[in-house]
Design a protein around this ligand. Structure first.
Ligand code: ADP
Length: 144
């Protein structure tokens, strides 16, 4: 069994589509083993997005990701890390394949860099392990 870390981003929370997104996860057969609402601090975001923290667009990402609380989840299934990334689609929702969450529910103005792409999910087993630990302690995860 594999675990992945998911964040339902502020665009999902503020437009009230979290239920729709979670329904897709449940329909895909993923098991929710952890779930909580949290506000992302600048410090936590800098750690989580260390790979983009020096990019010119990073201040926009930080402002967006802390604009409302997010829903953090740990989901479990065989092969979930890759399957989840496939379900999400690529980072830019305008480039995401039809049928993916980001293509159907994301928002971006053509030619502008700000993007509202609904969900974060870990992109590798190494990232998943680090990210689950970053957002959850073991007692917040449930085996059932
Ligand atoms: P992903 O979320 O698909 O794993 P990254 O880890 O590369 O993508 O980027 C993290 C987040 O930063 C993206 O989800 C998006 O919100 C934002 N982002 C990434 N690249 C850009 C960009 N070129 N312009 C604006 N925002 C970006």
């Amino acid at each position: 069994m594999e675990r992945t870390l998911v964040l339902l981003k502020p665009d999902a929370v503020s437009t009230r589509i979290c239920g729709k997104v979670i329904a897709r996860f449940e329909e895909a057969g993923f098991t929710i083993i952890g779930c909580k609402m949290i506000t992302l601090t600048p410090e936590l975001l800098r750690e989580h997005y260390a790979h983009i923290a020096d990019k010119p667009f990073y201040p926009d990402v930080e402002a967006f990701m802390s604009s409302t609380p997010v829903i953090a989840m740990v989901l479990e299934a065989d092969g979930i890390i890759a399957t989840m990334r496939d379900m999400l689609g690529v980072t830019d929702c305008l480039q995401a394949a039809p049928g993916t969450i980001r293509a159907e529910l994301g928002n971006k103005e053509p030619g502008k860099s700000k993007m509202y792409n609904v969900v974060h999910a870990s992109d590798s087993p190494e990232a998943a392990q680090a990210e689950v630990r970053r957002f959850f302690v073991e007692s917040e995860l449930f085996a059932y």
